[in-house]
Design a protein around this ligand. Structure first.
Ligand code: FES
Length: 566
Protein backbone atom coordinates (compact mmCIF):
# COMPACT_ATOMS: atom_id res chain seq x y z
CA UNK A 1 0.00 0.00 0.00
CA UNK A 2 2.87 2.34 0.83
CA UNK A 3 4.35 1.47 -2.56
CA UNK A 4 1.04 2.29 -4.26
CA UNK A 5 0.98 5.65 -2.53
CA UNK A 6 4.60 6.35 -3.53
CA UNK A 7 3.84 5.40 -7.15
CA UNK A 8 0.78 7.67 -7.20
CA UNK A 9 2.82 10.55 -5.79
CA UNK A 10 5.61 9.96 -8.31
CA UNK A 11 3.07 10.11 -11.14
CA UNK A 12 1.61 13.34 -9.81
CA UNK A 13 4.99 15.02 -9.23
CA UNK A 14 6.45 13.98 -12.59
CA UNK A 15 3.20 15.06 -14.29
CA UNK A 16 3.37 18.46 -12.60
CA UNK A 17 6.97 18.97 -13.83
CA UNK A 18 5.86 18.17 -17.39
CA UNK A 19 2.86 20.50 -17.12
CA UNK A 20 5.13 23.32 -15.91
CA UNK A 21 7.45 22.83 -18.89
CA UNK A 22 4.51 22.60 -21.29
CA UNK A 23 3.09 25.83 -19.93
CA UNK A 24 6.41 27.66 -20.51
CA UNK A 25 6.67 26.18 -24.00
CA UNK A 26 3.11 27.07 -25.02
CA UNK A 27 3.43 30.58 -23.60
CA UNK A 28 6.55 31.08 -25.76
CA UNK A 29 4.53 29.99 -28.81
CA UNK A 30 1.76 32.42 -27.93
CA UNK A 31 4.28 35.26 -28.16
CA UNK A 32 4.48 34.43 -31.88
CA UNK A 33 1.33 36.54 -32.23
CA UNK A 34 3.82 39.45 -32.20
CA UNK A 35 6.26 38.14 -34.90
CA UNK A 36 8.62 35.23 -34.47
CA UNK A 37 11.32 37.44 -32.94
CA UNK A 38 8.98 37.91 -29.96
CA UNK A 39 8.62 34.12 -29.80
CA UNK A 40 12.40 33.78 -29.70
CA UNK A 41 12.76 36.48 -27.04
CA UNK A 42 10.01 34.97 -24.82
CA UNK A 43 11.40 31.47 -25.13
CA UNK A 44 14.84 32.78 -24.15
CA UNK A 45 13.25 33.93 -20.87
CA UNK A 46 10.79 31.10 -20.20
CA UNK A 47 12.75 28.13 -21.51
CA UNK A 48 16.24 29.18 -20.42
CA UNK A 49 15.72 27.80 -16.88
CA UNK A 50 14.99 24.41 -18.46
CA UNK A 51 18.34 24.35 -20.29
CA UNK A 52 20.59 23.76 -17.27
CA UNK A 53 21.89 20.27 -16.51
CA UNK A 54 19.79 19.76 -13.33
CA UNK A 55 16.56 20.97 -14.99
CA UNK A 56 17.27 18.87 -18.09
CA UNK A 57 17.71 15.82 -15.84
CA UNK A 58 14.50 16.77 -14.01
CA UNK A 59 12.55 17.27 -17.24
CA UNK A 60 13.68 14.17 -19.13
CA UNK A 61 13.69 12.11 -15.92
CA UNK A 62 10.08 13.15 -15.28
CA UNK A 63 9.14 12.27 -18.85
CA UNK A 64 10.69 8.80 -18.60
CA UNK A 65 9.30 8.21 -15.09
CA UNK A 66 5.79 9.32 -16.07
CA UNK A 67 5.87 7.11 -19.15
CA UNK A 68 7.24 4.11 -17.25
CA UNK A 69 4.59 4.46 -14.55
CA UNK A 70 1.92 4.68 -17.24
CA UNK A 71 3.14 1.35 -18.65
CA UNK A 72 3.13 -0.18 -15.16
CA UNK A 73 -0.39 1.13 -14.50
CA UNK A 74 -1.57 -0.25 -17.85
CA UNK A 75 -0.14 -3.68 -17.09
CA UNK A 76 -1.59 -3.71 -13.57
CA UNK A 77 -5.13 -2.88 -14.72
CA UNK A 78 -7.53 -5.75 -14.13
CA UNK A 79 -9.84 -4.55 -16.86
CA UNK A 80 -9.67 -2.19 -19.80
CA UNK A 81 -13.27 -1.17 -19.15
CA UNK A 82 -13.24 2.32 -17.76
CA UNK A 83 -15.17 5.58 -17.93
CA UNK A 84 -14.87 7.37 -21.30
CA UNK A 85 -12.89 10.29 -19.83
CA UNK A 86 -10.32 7.96 -18.30
CA UNK A 87 -9.98 6.02 -21.58
CA UNK A 88 -9.48 9.24 -23.53
CA UNK A 89 -6.85 10.45 -21.09
CA UNK A 90 -4.96 7.17 -21.45
CA UNK A 91 -5.19 7.20 -25.23
CA UNK A 92 -3.95 10.78 -25.43
CA UNK A 93 -1.11 10.02 -23.02
CA UNK A 94 0.19 7.04 -24.98
CA UNK A 95 -0.06 9.06 -28.24
CA UNK A 96 2.26 11.81 -27.00
CA UNK A 97 5.60 9.93 -27.30
CA UNK A 98 4.62 8.63 -30.72
CA UNK A 99 3.95 12.14 -31.99
CA UNK A 100 6.80 13.79 -30.12
CA UNK A 101 9.74 11.45 -30.67
CA UNK A 102 10.74 12.96 -34.05
CA UNK A 103 10.91 16.47 -32.59
CA UNK A 104 12.64 15.24 -29.44
CA UNK A 105 15.32 13.35 -31.36
CA UNK A 106 15.82 16.22 -33.85
CA UNK A 107 16.27 18.87 -31.17
CA UNK A 108 17.85 17.00 -28.25
CA UNK A 109 20.00 14.43 -30.08
CA UNK A 110 20.77 16.95 -32.82
CA UNK A 111 22.30 19.11 -30.16
CA UNK A 112 24.10 16.24 -28.43
CA UNK A 113 25.46 14.50 -31.55
CA UNK A 114 25.90 17.32 -34.08
CA UNK A 115 26.01 20.38 -31.86
CA UNK A 116 22.90 21.67 -33.66
CA UNK A 117 20.95 24.33 -31.87
CA UNK A 118 17.87 25.06 -33.95
CA UNK A 119 16.33 28.52 -33.51
CA UNK A 120 12.64 29.30 -33.99
CA UNK A 121 13.55 30.77 -37.43
CA UNK A 122 14.93 27.37 -38.45
CA UNK A 123 12.08 25.35 -36.86
CA UNK A 124 9.33 27.57 -38.27
CA UNK A 125 11.04 27.44 -41.67
CA UNK A 126 11.02 23.65 -41.44
CA UNK A 127 7.40 23.39 -40.23
CA UNK A 128 5.86 26.08 -42.45
CA UNK A 129 8.00 25.96 -45.60
CA UNK A 130 10.08 22.77 -45.99
CA UNK A 131 7.93 20.10 -44.25
CA UNK A 132 4.40 21.40 -43.47
CA UNK A 133 3.23 17.86 -42.53
CA UNK A 134 5.73 17.90 -39.64
CA UNK A 135 4.34 21.32 -38.64
CA UNK A 136 0.79 19.93 -38.55
CA UNK A 137 2.06 17.06 -36.40
CA UNK A 138 3.60 19.56 -33.96
CA UNK A 139 0.26 21.38 -33.69
CA UNK A 140 -1.50 18.07 -33.03
CA UNK A 141 0.98 16.95 -30.37
CA UNK A 142 0.58 20.31 -28.64
CA UNK A 143 -3.19 19.79 -28.33
CA UNK A 144 -2.85 16.10 -27.41
CA UNK A 145 -0.23 16.68 -24.69
CA UNK A 146 -2.12 19.63 -23.22
CA UNK A 147 -5.46 17.74 -23.19
CA UNK A 148 -3.82 14.76 -21.48
CA UNK A 149 -2.32 17.10 -18.88
CA UNK A 150 -5.68 18.79 -18.25
CA UNK A 151 -7.43 15.44 -17.75
CA UNK A 152 -4.74 14.50 -15.23
CA UNK A 153 -4.93 17.82 -13.39
CA UNK A 154 -8.72 17.59 -13.25
CA UNK A 155 -8.56 14.11 -11.69
CA UNK A 156 -5.99 15.37 -9.18
CA UNK A 157 -7.76 18.58 -8.21
CA UNK A 158 -11.45 17.88 -8.53
CA UNK A 159 -11.97 16.85 -4.91
CA UNK A 160 -10.24 19.91 -3.47
CA UNK A 161 -12.71 22.05 -1.55
CA UNK A 162 -11.83 25.16 -3.60
CA UNK A 163 -12.03 23.44 -6.99
CA UNK A 164 -15.69 24.15 -7.73
CA UNK A 165 -15.20 27.88 -7.20
CA UNK A 166 -12.04 27.98 -9.32
CA UNK A 167 -13.39 25.68 -12.04
CA UNK A 168 -14.66 28.36 -14.49
CA UNK A 169 -11.28 30.17 -14.37
CA UNK A 170 -9.31 26.95 -14.70
CA UNK A 171 -11.45 25.93 -17.66
CA UNK A 172 -10.87 29.31 -19.28
CA UNK A 173 -7.10 28.92 -18.81
CA UNK A 174 -7.21 25.33 -20.09
CA UNK A 175 -8.82 26.53 -23.34
CA UNK A 176 -6.96 29.84 -23.73
CA UNK A 177 -3.41 28.52 -23.30
CA UNK A 178 -3.41 26.07 -26.26
CA UNK A 179 -5.58 28.39 -28.39
CA UNK A 180 -3.19 31.32 -28.01
CA UNK A 181 -0.24 29.00 -28.44
CA UNK A 182 -1.60 27.64 -31.73
CA UNK A 183 -2.48 31.15 -32.87
CA UNK A 184 1.07 32.32 -32.06
CA UNK A 185 2.58 29.30 -33.81
CA UNK A 186 0.49 30.05 -36.93
CA UNK A 187 1.18 33.81 -36.89
CA UNK A 188 4.95 33.31 -36.53
CA UNK A 189 4.82 30.56 -39.18
CA UNK A 190 3.10 32.88 -41.69
CA UNK A 191 5.65 35.54 -40.86
CA UNK A 192 8.54 33.18 -41.62
CA UNK A 193 6.81 31.81 -44.75
CA UNK A 194 6.42 35.38 -46.08
CA UNK A 195 10.08 36.11 -45.45
CA UNK A 196 11.01 32.86 -47.22
CA UNK A 197 8.82 33.84 -50.20
CA UNK A 198 10.62 37.19 -50.46
CA UNK A 199 14.06 35.64 -49.88
CA UNK A 200 14.33 31.99 -51.13
CA UNK A 201 17.59 31.52 -49.19
CA UNK A 202 16.00 32.49 -45.85
CA UNK A 203 15.39 28.97 -44.52
CA UNK A 204 18.80 27.66 -45.64
CA UNK A 205 20.49 30.66 -44.03
CA UNK A 206 18.63 30.06 -40.76
CA UNK A 207 19.73 26.41 -40.82
CA UNK A 208 23.33 27.39 -41.59
CA UNK A 209 23.26 29.99 -38.80
CA UNK A 210 22.22 27.25 -36.37
CA UNK A 211 25.05 25.01 -37.57
CA UNK A 212 22.63 22.66 -39.38
CA UNK A 213 24.24 22.15 -42.74
CA UNK A 214 25.01 18.47 -42.77
CA UNK A 215 22.39 16.41 -44.71
CA UNK A 216 24.01 13.14 -43.54
CA UNK A 217 23.51 14.22 -39.92
CA UNK A 218 19.84 14.95 -40.67
CA UNK A 219 19.34 11.52 -42.25
CA UNK A 220 21.01 9.87 -39.27
CA UNK A 221 18.65 11.65 -36.86
CA UNK A 222 15.62 10.72 -38.96
CA UNK A 223 16.68 7.05 -38.81
CA UNK A 224 17.14 7.26 -35.03
CA UNK A 225 13.69 8.88 -34.64
CA UNK A 226 12.13 6.11 -36.73
CA UNK A 227 13.89 3.43 -34.66
CA UNK A 228 12.76 5.13 -31.41
CA UNK A 229 9.15 5.17 -32.63
CA UNK A 230 9.36 1.47 -33.55
CA UNK A 231 10.82 0.61 -30.14
CA UNK A 232 8.09 2.56 -28.39
CA UNK A 233 5.37 0.82 -30.39
CA UNK A 234 7.00 -2.56 -29.73
CA UNK A 235 7.07 -1.81 -25.99
CA UNK A 236 3.40 -0.84 -26.06
CA UNK A 237 2.49 -4.04 -27.88
CA UNK A 238 4.62 -6.03 -25.42
CA UNK A 239 2.84 -4.56 -22.39
CA UNK A 240 -0.59 -5.13 -23.96
CA UNK A 241 0.37 -8.72 -24.83
CA UNK A 242 1.59 -9.35 -21.28
CA UNK A 243 -1.65 -7.85 -19.95
CA UNK A 244 -3.68 -10.13 -22.25
CA UNK A 245 -1.80 -13.24 -21.10
CA UNK A 246 -2.27 -12.22 -17.48
CA UNK A 247 -5.96 -11.66 -18.05
CA UNK A 248 -6.41 -15.00 -19.79
CA UNK A 249 -4.68 -16.75 -16.89
CA UNK A 250 -6.83 -14.84 -14.42
CA UNK A 251 -9.99 -15.74 -16.32
CA UNK A 252 -9.34 -19.36 -15.45
CA UNK A 253 -9.83 -18.41 -11.81
CA UNK A 254 -13.16 -16.64 -11.98
CA UNK A 255 -15.13 -15.55 -8.94
CA UNK A 256 -18.81 -14.66 -8.81
CA UNK A 257 -20.36 -11.72 -7.02
CA UNK A 258 -24.09 -11.64 -6.37
CA UNK A 259 -25.91 -8.29 -6.15
CA UNK A 260 -29.48 -7.54 -5.07
CA UNK A 261 -32.18 -8.24 -7.64
CA UNK A 262 -30.55 -11.46 -8.84
CA UNK A 263 -27.75 -9.69 -10.73
CA UNK A 264 -24.45 -11.60 -10.96
CA UNK A 265 -20.94 -10.47 -11.84
CA UNK A 266 -18.29 -12.92 -12.99
CA UNK A 267 -14.77 -11.54 -12.76
CA UNK A 268 -11.17 -12.77 -12.63
CA UNK A 269 -9.88 -13.40 -9.15
CA UNK A 270 -7.95 -10.41 -7.90
CA UNK A 271 -10.18 -7.67 -9.32
CA UNK A 272 -11.86 -5.30 -6.88
CA UNK A 273 -15.61 -5.50 -6.38
CA UNK A 274 -15.89 -2.09 -8.07
CA UNK A 275 -13.95 -3.35 -11.10
CA UNK A 276 -16.16 -6.45 -11.17
CA UNK A 277 -19.25 -4.22 -11.21
CA UNK A 278 -17.81 -2.20 -14.08
CA UNK A 279 -16.72 -5.31 -15.98
CA UNK A 280 -20.28 -6.59 -15.85
CA UNK A 281 -22.01 -3.29 -16.57
CA UNK A 282 -23.51 -3.06 -13.07
CA UNK A 283 -23.82 0.61 -12.03
CA UNK A 284 -21.76 1.29 -8.92
CA UNK A 285 -21.18 4.65 -7.28
CA UNK A 286 -17.54 5.74 -7.08
CA UNK A 287 -17.32 9.49 -6.50
CA UNK A 288 -13.51 9.50 -6.06
CA UNK A 289 -12.94 7.15 -9.00
CA UNK A 290 -11.79 4.23 -6.87
CA UNK A 291 -9.12 6.03 -4.87
CA UNK A 292 -10.47 4.91 -1.49
CA UNK A 293 -11.21 8.46 -0.34
CA UNK A 294 -14.95 9.02 -0.63
CA UNK A 295 -16.60 5.82 0.71
CA UNK A 296 -19.45 6.12 -1.82
CA UNK A 297 -18.64 2.68 -3.25
CA UNK A 298 -19.26 1.00 0.11
CA UNK A 299 -21.01 -2.35 0.24
CA UNK A 300 -22.39 -4.68 2.85
CA UNK A 301 -21.05 -8.23 2.44
CA UNK A 302 -23.92 -10.58 3.16
CA UNK A 303 -22.29 -13.83 2.15
CA UNK A 304 -18.70 -15.05 1.73
CA UNK A 305 -17.27 -12.50 4.15
CA UNK A 306 -15.39 -15.03 6.28
CA UNK A 307 -12.74 -15.64 3.59
CA UNK A 308 -12.13 -11.98 2.82
CA UNK A 309 -8.75 -10.34 3.39
CA UNK A 310 -8.84 -7.69 6.13
CA UNK A 311 -8.94 -4.02 5.10
CA UNK A 312 -5.56 -2.49 4.23
CA UNK A 313 -4.67 0.83 5.92
CA UNK A 314 -6.28 3.09 3.27
CA UNK A 315 -9.59 1.21 3.39
CA UNK A 316 -9.48 0.88 7.17
CA UNK A 317 -8.94 4.64 7.57
CA UNK A 318 -11.87 5.53 5.30
CA UNK A 319 -14.13 2.96 6.99
CA UNK A 320 -13.18 4.37 10.39
CA UNK A 321 -14.15 7.87 9.19
CA UNK A 322 -17.68 6.74 8.36
CA UNK A 323 -17.99 4.45 11.34
CA UNK A 324 -18.23 1.42 9.03
CA UNK A 325 -17.20 -1.87 10.53
CA UNK A 326 -17.69 -5.63 10.31
CA UNK A 327 -19.44 -6.46 7.10
CA UNK A 328 -19.14 -3.01 5.50
CA UNK A 329 -16.27 -2.71 3.01
CA UNK A 330 -15.13 -0.38 0.22
CA UNK A 331 -15.84 -1.97 -3.16
CA UNK A 332 -12.90 -0.19 -4.78
CA UNK A 333 -10.41 -1.61 -2.29
CA UNK A 334 -11.83 -5.06 -1.60
CA UNK A 335 -10.34 -7.78 -3.81
CA UNK A 336 -12.26 -10.95 -2.96
CA UNK A 337 -10.58 -14.30 -3.29
CA UNK A 338 -13.82 -16.29 -3.47
CA UNK A 339 -17.52 -15.98 -4.30
CA UNK A 340 -19.39 -13.21 -2.55
CA UNK A 341 -22.84 -11.66 -2.12
CA UNK A 342 -22.96 -7.91 -1.57
CA UNK A 343 -25.40 -5.02 -1.26
CA UNK A 344 -24.17 -1.63 -2.51
CA UNK A 345 -25.06 0.86 0.23
CA UNK A 346 -24.96 4.09 -1.71
CA UNK A 347 -26.63 4.51 -5.02
CA UNK A 348 -26.20 7.46 -7.35
CA UNK A 349 -28.98 7.84 -9.84
CA UNK A 350 -31.16 10.32 -11.58
CA UNK A 351 -33.42 12.09 -9.16
CA UNK A 352 -36.91 10.64 -8.96
CA UNK A 353 -39.80 11.86 -11.10
CA UNK A 354 -37.57 13.38 -13.73
CA UNK A 355 -36.20 16.02 -11.38
CA UNK A 356 -32.78 16.86 -12.70
CA UNK A 357 -29.95 17.22 -10.23
CA UNK A 358 -26.75 19.03 -11.29
CA UNK A 359 -24.11 16.58 -12.53
CA UNK A 360 -21.67 17.40 -9.72
CA UNK A 361 -24.34 16.46 -7.16
CA UNK A 362 -25.20 13.22 -8.93
CA UNK A 363 -21.52 12.28 -9.03
CA UNK A 364 -20.77 13.66 -5.55
CA UNK A 365 -18.15 16.29 -4.83
CA UNK A 366 -15.97 17.12 -1.87
CA UNK A 367 -16.67 20.39 -0.14
CA UNK A 368 -16.38 21.93 3.30
CA UNK A 369 -19.68 21.88 5.14
CA UNK A 370 -21.08 22.58 8.59
CA UNK A 371 -23.05 19.68 10.07
CA UNK A 372 -25.65 20.13 12.81
CA UNK A 373 -26.95 17.40 15.07
CA UNK A 374 -29.98 18.16 17.24
CA UNK A 375 -31.16 15.71 19.87
CA UNK A 376 -34.08 15.77 22.27
CA UNK A 377 -33.15 15.36 25.92
CA UNK A 378 -35.11 13.03 28.17
CA UNK A 379 -36.92 11.21 25.38
CA UNK A 380 -36.87 7.97 27.43
CA UNK A 381 -38.72 9.67 30.28
CA UNK A 382 -41.14 11.05 27.72
CA UNK A 383 -41.85 7.56 26.39
CA UNK A 384 -42.37 6.21 29.90
CA UNK A 385 -44.66 8.95 31.16
CA UNK A 386 -46.92 9.55 28.15
CA UNK A 387 -49.35 7.60 26.06
CA UNK A 388 -47.73 6.25 22.87
CA UNK A 389 -49.88 8.49 20.64
CA UNK A 390 -48.85 11.56 22.65
CA UNK A 391 -45.18 10.58 22.25
CA UNK A 392 -45.62 10.27 18.48
CA UNK A 393 -47.36 13.65 18.45
CA UNK A 394 -44.57 15.36 20.43
CA UNK A 395 -41.74 13.80 18.41
CA UNK A 396 -43.50 14.62 15.14
CA UNK A 397 -44.01 18.27 16.15
CA UNK A 398 -40.41 18.46 17.35
CA UNK A 399 -38.96 17.06 14.08
CA UNK A 400 -41.15 19.36 11.97
CA UNK A 401 -40.16 22.36 14.08
CA UNK A 402 -36.45 21.62 13.81
CA UNK A 403 -36.72 20.92 10.07
CA UNK A 404 -38.56 24.19 9.41
CA UNK A 405 -35.98 26.18 11.38
CA UNK A 406 -33.06 24.48 9.61
CA UNK A 407 -34.54 25.00 6.17
CA UNK A 408 -35.49 28.57 7.02
CA UNK A 409 -31.83 29.29 7.75
CA UNK A 410 -30.67 27.74 4.45
CA UNK A 411 -29.76 24.21 5.59
CA UNK A 412 -30.92 20.76 4.54
CA UNK A 413 -32.08 18.04 6.91
CA UNK A 414 -30.24 14.95 5.71
CA UNK A 415 -31.51 12.35 8.16
CA UNK A 416 -33.87 11.85 11.07
CA UNK A 417 -33.33 8.88 13.36
CA UNK A 418 -35.80 8.80 16.25
CA UNK A 419 -35.43 12.20 17.85
CA UNK A 420 -31.95 12.87 16.39
CA UNK A 421 -31.97 15.29 13.46
CA UNK A 422 -28.88 15.72 11.24
CA UNK A 423 -28.57 18.70 8.92
CA UNK A 424 -25.92 20.21 6.66
CA UNK A 425 -25.05 23.74 5.63
CA UNK A 426 -22.69 24.97 2.92
CA UNK A 427 -23.65 22.41 0.28
CA UNK A 428 -23.83 25.36 -2.17
CA UNK A 429 -20.02 25.65 -2.00
CA UNK A 430 -19.78 28.94 -0.05
CA UNK A 431 -18.14 27.74 3.17
CA UNK A 432 -18.35 31.01 5.15
CA UNK A 433 -22.02 31.44 4.26
CA UNK A 434 -22.67 27.82 5.28
CA UNK A 435 -21.16 28.50 8.73
CA UNK A 436 -23.25 31.64 9.19
CA UNK A 437 -26.36 29.70 8.18
CA UNK A 438 -25.53 26.90 10.63
CA UNK A 439 -25.16 29.33 13.53
CA UNK A 440 -28.34 31.14 12.51
CA UNK A 441 -30.10 27.77 12.35
CA UNK A 442 -28.99 26.90 15.90
CA UNK A 443 -30.56 30.13 17.13
CA UNK A 444 -33.66 29.51 15.03
CA UNK A 445 -34.07 25.97 16.35
CA UNK A 446 -33.70 27.22 19.91
CA UNK A 447 -36.35 29.92 19.43
CA UNK A 448 -38.71 27.61 17.57
CA UNK A 449 -38.47 24.94 20.30
CA UNK A 450 -39.22 27.68 22.86
CA UNK A 451 -42.37 28.49 20.90
CA UNK A 452 -43.33 24.83 20.67
CA UNK A 453 -42.77 24.39 24.39
CA UNK A 454 -45.39 27.04 25.16
CA UNK A 455 -47.89 25.05 23.14
CA UNK A 456 -46.88 21.67 24.62
CA UNK A 457 -46.97 23.01 28.18
CA UNK A 458 -50.54 24.19 27.67
CA UNK A 459 -51.82 21.02 25.98
CA UNK A 460 -49.75 18.24 27.58
CA UNK A 461 -48.03 19.81 30.53
CA UNK A 462 -44.70 18.82 29.03
CA UNK A 463 -41.76 20.74 27.55
CA UNK A 464 -38.83 19.68 25.40
CA UNK A 465 -35.16 20.28 26.03
CA UNK A 466 -32.59 19.88 23.28
CA UNK A 467 -28.82 19.76 22.72
CA UNK A 468 -27.11 20.82 19.53
CA UNK A 469 -23.65 20.05 18.09
CA UNK A 470 -22.12 21.92 15.16
CA UNK A 471 -19.10 20.43 13.38
CA UNK A 472 -17.10 21.66 10.42
CA UNK A 473 -15.14 19.67 7.84
CA UNK A 474 -14.70 18.24 4.37
CA UNK A 475 -17.41 15.87 3.20
CA UNK A 476 -18.55 14.34 -0.05
CA UNK A 477 -21.90 15.94 -0.89
CA UNK A 478 -24.14 14.37 -3.49
CA UNK A 479 -27.57 13.04 -4.37
CA UNK A 480 -26.97 9.73 -2.66
CA UNK A 481 -29.39 7.49 -0.94
CA UNK A 482 -29.83 4.03 0.30
CA UNK A 483 -30.94 1.85 -2.59
CA UNK A 484 -34.39 2.93 -3.69
CA UNK A 485 -34.32 6.64 -2.83
CA UNK A 486 -32.04 9.58 -3.49
CA UNK A 487 -31.63 12.91 -1.81
CA UNK A 488 -28.90 15.35 -0.99
CA UNK A 489 -26.62 13.82 1.60
CA UNK A 490 -23.14 14.22 2.94
CA UNK A 491 -20.63 11.47 3.65
CA UNK A 492 -17.66 11.74 5.95
CA UNK A 493 -16.75 12.17 9.55
CA UNK A 494 -18.29 15.62 10.05
CA UNK A 495 -21.68 14.20 11.02
CA UNK A 496 -20.14 11.91 13.67
CA UNK A 497 -18.27 14.88 15.13
CA UNK A 498 -21.49 16.92 15.27
CA UNK A 499 -23.20 14.07 17.16
CA UNK A 500 -20.27 13.85 19.61
CA UNK A 501 -20.38 17.59 20.23
CA UNK A 502 -24.10 17.31 20.95
CA UNK A 503 -23.28 14.60 23.53
CA UNK A 504 -20.83 17.02 25.12
CA UNK A 505 -23.58 19.61 25.68
CA UNK A 506 -24.96 17.39 28.47
CA UNK A 507 -21.62 17.38 30.33
CA UNK A 508 -21.12 21.09 29.87
CA UNK A 509 -24.78 21.95 30.56
CA UNK A 510 -25.10 24.23 27.54
CA UNK A 511 -27.60 24.05 24.66
CA UNK A 512 -24.97 24.34 21.91
CA UNK A 513 -21.38 23.32 21.32
CA UNK A 514 -19.80 24.36 18.02
CA UNK A 515 -16.41 23.74 16.46
CA UNK A 516 -14.49 26.99 16.92
CA UNK A 517 -13.63 26.99 13.20
CA UNK A 518 -17.33 27.56 12.42
CA UNK A 519 -17.43 30.81 14.37
CA UNK A 520 -14.08 31.85 12.90
CA UNK A 521 -15.22 31.14 9.34
CA UNK A 522 -18.48 32.99 9.99
CA UNK A 523 -16.52 35.94 11.41
CA UNK A 524 -18.39 35.78 14.72
CA UNK A 525 -16.73 36.46 18.04
CA UNK A 526 -18.53 35.65 21.31
CA UNK A 527 -16.38 37.05 24.12
CA UNK A 528 -18.45 35.37 26.85
CA UNK A 529 -18.46 31.87 25.33
CA UNK A 530 -15.83 29.49 26.69
CA UNK A 531 -13.33 28.01 24.22
CA UNK A 532 -11.62 24.71 24.96
CA UNK A 533 -9.61 22.04 23.23
CA UNK A 534 -11.24 18.63 23.75
CA UNK A 535 -10.32 15.10 22.67
CA UNK A 536 -13.11 13.39 20.70
CA UNK A 537 -13.52 9.68 20.00
CA UNK A 538 -12.40 8.85 16.44
CA UNK A 539 -10.21 11.97 16.08
CA UNK A 540 -6.44 11.86 16.34
CA UNK A 541 -6.19 15.55 17.29
CA UNK A 542 -8.18 17.42 19.96
CA UNK A 543 -10.82 19.76 18.58
CA UNK A 544 -11.17 23.39 19.57
CA UNK A 545 -14.77 24.01 20.57
CA UNK A 546 -16.93 26.84 21.81
CA UNK A 547 -19.57 26.05 24.44
CA UNK A 548 -22.42 28.52 23.90
CA UNK A 549 -24.78 29.04 26.82
CA UNK A 550 -26.30 32.33 25.67
CA UNK A 551 -28.08 31.72 22.37
CA UNK A 552 -29.60 35.21 22.48
CA UNK A 553 -26.07 36.64 22.25
CA UNK A 554 -25.35 34.32 19.32
CA UNK A 555 -28.63 35.46 17.73
CA UNK A 556 -27.47 39.07 17.92
CA UNK A 557 -24.07 38.14 16.45
CA UNK A 558 -25.45 35.78 13.76
CA UNK A 559 -28.13 37.74 11.88
CA UNK A 560 -30.83 35.58 10.35
CA UNK A 561 -31.44 33.46 13.41
CA UNK A 562 -34.41 35.39 14.62
CA UNK A 563 -35.94 35.73 11.21
CA UNK A 564 -35.45 32.07 10.50
CA UNK A 565 -37.30 31.20 13.63
CA UNK A 566 -40.43 33.10 12.84
S1 FES B 1 -14.79 4.89 -4.95
FE1 FES B 1 -14.29 6.35 -3.46
S2 FES B 1 -13.79 5.09 -1.78
FE2 FES B 1 -14.25 3.66 -3.27
Amino acid sequence: MKLDLAVRRARIVSGCVLVAYLLCHLTSHAAGLFKFEAMTATSAILLAPWQTLPTQVLLYGSFLLHLSLAFVALFRRRTLRMPAGEALQMLLGFSVPLLLLGHLVGVRLGYALNDWNPSYARLLGLYWVTAPAAGAQQAIVLVVAWSHAMFGLHAFLRFRPWFKRAQPWLLLAAVLVPSLSLAGFAAAGFDVAQRAAQDPGFVAQAAAADGIADPAGGARLAAIAEAARSCYLALLVLVLSAWTVRRLLALRRTIRIAYPGGRQAAAPRGVSVLEASRLNGIPHTSACGGRGRCSTCRIRVIDGGAALPPPLPLEAATLARIGGCGDVRLACQLRPTGDLAVVPLVEVAAAPDGTRMPAHLLAGHETRIAAMFVDMRGSTTLAESMLPFDVVFVVDRYVRTVTRAVEGAGGIVTSVAGDGVMAMFGHHGDGARGCREALAAAVAVHLAIDGLNGELARSLGWTIRIGMGLAHGSSVVGAFGEVGGHRLQFLGDTGNTAARLEQLTKERAVPLIAAASILDAAGIHLPDAARASVPLRGRAEPLEIVAIADLAALGRAAPGGASAAT
